[in-house]
Design a protein around this ligand. Structure first.
Ligand SMILES: *Cc1c(COP(=O)(O)O)cnc(C)c1O
Length: 458
C-alpha cells in the first residue's frame, strides 16, 4: 500500500474548516446558462412570476448569475454540523485490489439518515421557506431520497411537508415512505386524484405507475393552490447546485491540506446537483484559467440525456406547468424502461451543467446498469460501504479510469462523488443477484419520437 504518502484513509475537516459561503459557479462562466422562460409567453421568467411557486430568497439565488458567494446562514451551518463535514476517503483498499498506480478518493455524502447529499439543499430550502413565514412546502420524490431529506429538514424547522411520490416507488419502497412519515411528512402516490393535473393524467393513462415529471406537476399545482405553501425541488435548479457546492468546497479544502491536485473528477448525473456541487470550485479554477481538470458526468444508458439528448428548451414536468429550461433533454414525456432500477431517471439536466457540457468544459459518458451493479458490489466488498445505485455509476467510471491507468502506468489522481447508501435499493440488488436485470437501451427511433414533441422556441 502507498501509505508512505502520509494521507490518512479518511480526511475529516474540522468544523471550523467548513465553508461559510456557497459558491455560485455561474459567476465565473463567461457564457451563462440560458434563462428560464415563461411557458406561455416564451419570455425570460421574472422574479414576480416565480413568486407564486418558489420561496422569495430562493428565487433570488436562482436568478443571480453574478454573485460568486452566498453566505450560509448560521442556522443552516449548525444543521450541517450534525452530519458534516463529510469525509473524503482515500480508497487505498480499492487501489490495491485493482493494482492500479492511480490514487482514488471519494467524497462520501451518505452519512445522514436520508442517506444522500440531498439534505444539503433540503435544509437550505426549508430554512428560506420558514424565514418567509410559510406554513409548508410541497415536492415530488422518485426513489424517495429527496422526500426523506426534505421531511427531515421540515420537521427540524417545524414546517409542513407534502410529498408526491411516484406511484411505483410508493408501492416498491414502503420503508422509504415510512421514514418520511416518521419525520411527519404526508406522502401521496402520484398520479393522484388530489390535483387536476393528476386526474387528467389518470384519465389519459389509467393504471400508470407514474413518473417524476408527473409528480412535479402535481406538487407545483398543490403549492400554487394552497395558501402559505411553496414548491421546492431537489435537483436540476441553479439554487440546488449552489447549495450542493458545499460538497466541492469541502473536497477542495481537504485535498489542499495535503497538496493533492486531482486530474479527473467524476460524478453521477441525474438532474446534476451532486456533480454540479462537487465540481464547482474546481470548474471555477478551470474557467478562470488557474488550473485544468477533466470532469466526467456519468449517466445511465437507459436515460442518456447528455450523451444522446438535444440541447434545447423543454418542459421540466409532464404537466407543462413549470417554466421552460434550456437543457440537454430527452423530452419531458420520456420515461426510462420499467427494467431500469438504478435511479437517475430525470429526462433533462441542470442548465448549468448542460451549458458547460455544450462548451466542451465537461465530458459525459453513459453506462449500462448491470455494469453499474457489478461495480457497486465490487466496491461494497472492498471498501465496505454499500453504495446507492446512483452513486455506483460514478464508481463504475472511476474503476474504469483506474484500470486505464494500470495499462498506461499513469499515476493519475481520481476523485469521485459517493452520493449515498443503498439500503433502500435492495430490490434492485436482488434483481441483479438473481440475474433478472437487463440492459435495455432506448433506440434512436424511440428517442426521436420523444424529441419530436419538444416545444418549438425560436
Ligand atoms: C438524487 C440522487 C442522485 C442524483 O441526483 P443529482 O441531482 O444528479 O445529484 C444521485 N445519488 C443519490 C444517492 C441520490 O439520492
Amino acid at each position: 500500500m502507498k501509505h508512505e504518502e502520509k494521507i490518512p484513509y479518511k480526511i475529516y475537516l474540522e468544523e471550523s474548516e467548513m465553508p461559510r459561503a456557497w459558491y455560485n459557479l455561474r459567476a465565473d462562466m463567461k457564457k451563462k446558462p440560458a434563462p428560464l422562460l415563461n411557458p406561455a409567453t416564451h419570455k425570460p421568467m421574472k422574479a414576480e412570476e416565480l413568486a407564486g411557486v418558489f420561496c422569495d430568497e430562493l428565487i433570488e439565488q436562482e436568478l443571480d448569475e453574478d454573485t460568486a458567494f452566498f453566505e450560509i446562514p448560521e442556522e443552516i451551518r449548525n444543521f450541517y454540523k450534525m452530519y458534516r463535514p463529510s469525509p473524503l476517503i482515500r480508497a487505498y483498499c480499492l487501489e490495491e485490489k485493482l493494482g492500479t498506480p492511480a490514487r482514488i478518493y471519494y467524497k462520501f455524502e451518505g452519512n445522514n439518515t436520508s442517506g444522500s447529499h440531498k439534505l444539503n439543499s433540503a435544509i437550505a430550502q426549508a430554512y428560506y421557506a420558514k424565514k418567509q413565514g410559510l406554513k409548508g412546502v410541497t415536492t415530488e420524490t422518485g426513489a424517495g431520497q429527496w422526500g426523506t431529506a426534505l421531511s427531515m429538514a421540515c420537521s427540524y424547522l417545524g414546517l409542513d411537508c407534502k410529498v408526491y411520490m411516484v406511484k411505483c416507488s410508493y408501492e416498491q419502497k414502503p420503508f422509504r415512505r415510512e421514514v418520511m412519515r416518521t419525520y411527519g411528512a404526508s406522502v401521496t402516490p402520484s398520479p393522484s386524484m388530489e390535483t387536476e393535473v393528476g386526474r387528467k393524467i389518470l384519465e389519459k393513462h389509467p393504471g400508470t405507475t407514474g413518473s417524476l415529471g408527473c409528480a412535479i406537476s402535481e406538487a407545483v399545482e398543490k403549492a400554487v393552490t394552497s395558501e402559505g405553501y411553496r414548491y421546492v425541488l431537489g435537483s436540476v435548479l441553479n439554487q440546488v447546485l449552489l447549495h450542493q457546492s458545499v460538497i466541492g468546497l469541502e473536497t477542495k479544502t481537504a485535498l489542499d491540506r495535503y497538496g493533492v491536485k486531482p486530474d479527473i473528477i467524476i460524478g453521477c448525473a441525474g438532474g446534476g446537483s451532486n456533480l454540479g456541487g462537487l465540481i464547482a470550485p474546481f470548474m471555477g479554477e478551470k474557467l478562470r484559467g488557474e488550473a485544468d481538470y477533466r470532469f466526467i458526468a456519468v449517466e445511465p444508458a437507459s436515460c442518456p440525456s447528455l450523451t444522446r439528448g438535444v440541447y434545447a428548451y423543454d418542459f421540466c414536468d409532464t404537466g407543462m406547468v413549470c417554466p421552460l429550461a434550456k437543457m440537454y433533454t430527452l423530452g419531458s414525456d420520456f420515461i426510462p424502461s420499467a427494467n431500469h432500477a438504478g435511479g437517475l431517471r430525470y429526462h433533462g439536466m441542470s442548465s448549468i451543467l448542460s451549458e458547460l457540457y455544450d462548451q466542451g468544459l465537461m465530458e459525459a459518458t453513459s453506462v449500462k446498469q448491470t455494469e453499474v451493479f457489478e461495480a457497486a458490489e465490487y466496491f461494497a466488498r472492498i471498501e465496505g460501504i454499500l453504495p446507492a445505485p446512483e452513486s455506483a455509476h460514478a464508481i463504475r467510471v472511476a474503476i474504469d479510469e483506474a484500470l486505464r491507468c494500470k495499462e498506461t502506468g499513469e499515476e493519475k489522481t481520481i476523485v469521485f462523488g459517493l452520493t449515498g447508501t443503498g439500503y433502500f435499493d435492495m430490490v434492485a440488488y436482488e434483481k441483479f443477484h438473481d440475474g433478472m436485470m437487463n440492459d435495455y437501451i432506448p433506440t434512436d427511433e424511440e428517442l426521436a419520437a420523444y424529441r419530436a414533441k419538444l416545444p418549438k422556441i425560436e
